[in-house]
Design a protein around this ligand. Sequence first.
Ligand code: SF4
Ligand code: SF4
Length: 72
Amino acid sequence: MRITVDKNYCKGCGICLSICPKSVYVNSEQRNSFGNLMPEARNRKRCNGCGLCERLCPDGAINVEEEYEAKY
Ligand code: SF4
Ligand code: SF4
């Protein structure tokens, strides 16, 4: 999966770390536009595409997409 967290929207609340059933997110050293630490989708290979993080992020900062390999 391709998982992006927009630093302009994420406020570092940690909900995504708590609710992801696959523990995809970890705390990172990267700061967002508000100066708070952001999550990082470090274990993205575990992601099952359930979409919980996208739906429950209160700031709409997460985008989860299927990655397709180019066949040509
Ligand atoms: S739930 Fe959204 S706002 Fe909260 S830490 Fe995760 S990405 Fe940031
Ligand atoms: S889509 Fe589901 S499994 Fe993937 S990172 Fe979000 S909550 Fe975790």
